[in-house]
Design a protein around this ligand. Structure first.
Ligand code: UDP
Length: 415
């Protein structure tokens, strides 16, 4: 492998190889044309150059690099905002951790999520931590649980069925948490997020949220949890800008411009797999999208609107799932973090719009299998990423998947 570049702490290299539209292309063409400038597309381009010396053209229909990880500084508030919703990097994988450290400096950060739960006692919201732990059941149900043994007993008397047998999200939550926590935390949040109750979702979706015996109130327990010091976009800038083997062309919609692409050996597609095969007349896969109501609040210097970066609302009394307040992130520019005012983002899950989440359930899984069979037969095209694999990947899983697929493609002589 090529030596690792060390991440720049000052400004990123100039973007001489990034432009809008299919202009200034290499006359001889490219080894790879990569559709999508998110994590998967960028990892493949970077590895293809570093390991095999291959050239890539990355196209994206959006006007920016970084896919859904894209963040930017909001001019009015000076705050760094994630355009496509809050992203928190965490990983158990040493390989991924080592890889991302090549492209940015990271600062340790443990994400701690709060929930505001209204159990209709008429007392308004109770603030508790998520995932549910001892503090959660004491706050919500006056459980008076003080040890791991107490918590285990509290849960054991409530759990319904075995977690190993859980066939759907409802059984996953009931077998770990029992009915009270299920109703208070899981059932309606899931309904708001997916527009279906947990019994219509795969167990794996609700299994993302553990139920803890202790008082650990971190959202993730992975060894590596950190924020990119200059934001997520900087990772992509450091990876792409000025790269000798990679050109990036933004504002290029693959489906409108596929006949105008330069000569290439292999196409790497990171978009929705059902969009790629739309002409086959098969049913579409389902996705969820997100929208936000953004509010400015005139807080005092250094003050915030809410108790944490992310506060979930797992009940039906409000239509949004969570409120995100980026001012809490320690990688904010100091002036904005210590200044007056804040922005909050009330997040709504919707049917239409850019696809953000695949909807993991048996019907979509079966349908995806049919698309996957088509993908395997497609000559000269390789599929990778959350949308092309129809998998609910976290950021680190998307990176690891791309690294591993690259290795496999190389071993199989597909590149
Ligand atoms: N979930 C829940 N209540 C919560 C948070 C999550 O029931 O307060 C369930 C819900 O089904 C959600 C899933 O767990 O879709 C995964 O949540 P996560 O926070 O991992 O979602 P993401 O941040 O990826 O949107």
């Amino acid at each position: 492998p090529a030596p690792s570049p060390s991440p720049s702490s000052a400004s990123p290299p100039p973007a001489s190889n990034v432009a809008s539209g299919l202009v200034d292309l290499r006359p001889s063409g490219y080894d790879l044309v990569i559709v999508g400038c998110g994590l998967s597309g960028c990892v493949i381009a970077e590895r293809a150059s570093a390991v095999l010396g291959l050239t890539s053209l990355i196209i994206d229909k959006r006007s920016h690099i970084g896919g859904n990880c894209f963040d930017y500084i909001d001019e009015a508030s000076g705050l760094r905002i994630s355009q496509y919703g809050v992203h928190l990097f965490h990983t158990k994988s040493e390989r991924v951790w080592e890889y991302v450290n090549r492209f940015e400096e990271w600062m340790p950060y443990c994400h701690r999520v709060k929930a505001k739960v209204d159990l209709q006692r008429g007392n308004g919201y109770q603030l508790t931590s998520l995932p549910p732990n001892r503090e959660t059941v004491n706050t919500l149900f006056d459980a008076n649980v003080t040890s791991e043994e107490d918590m285990e007993a509290w849960l054991a008397s409530r759990r319904v069925g075995n977690v190993e047998d859980a066939k759907n999200g409802e059984e996953s939550a009931l077998s770990r948490a029992g009915p009270e926590l299920y109703e208070a935390i899981f059932k309606y949040y899931t309904y708001k997020q997916w527009d279906r109750l947990p019994d219509q979702m795969d167990a794996s979706v609700l299994a993302r949220i553990p139920v803890r015996l202790d008082e650990d109130n971190r959202y993730f327990t992975d060894e590596h949890q950190a924020l990119p010091k200059h934001g997520y976009t900087r990772i992509f800038e450091n990876l792409l800008h000025g790269h000798k083997d990679i050109d990036v062309r933004l504002d290029v919609d693959f489906f409108n411009e596929k006949d105008k692409l330069p000569k290439h050996t292999t196409l790497v597609f990171t978009g929705p797999i059902d969009a790629y095969f739309a002409s086959q007349g098969m049913p579409k896969l389902e996705y969820r999208s997100l929208t936000w109501d953004v509010e400015y609040h005139d807080t005092e210097p250094c003050e915030t609107y809410q108790e944490a970066l992310q506060v979930n609302y797992p009940g039906m009394e409000v239509p949004y799932t969570r409120i995100v307040e980026y001012k809490h992130k320690p990688n904010q520019p100091v002036k904005a973090k210590e200044g007056k005012g804040t922005l909050i983002f009330k997040e709504f899950s919707v049917d239409d719009g850019d696809p953000y989440y695949p909807v993991p359930n048996p019907a979509n899984r079966d349908l995806y299998e049919k698309y996957r069979e088509l993908a395997e037969k497609e000559q000269g095209v390789l599929f990778v990423g959350r949308l092309a694999s129809y998998k609910y990947f976290n950021m680190d899983q998307a990176i690891l998947n791309a690294l591993e697929l690259f290795d496999a493609w190389k071993a199989e002589g597909k590149l």
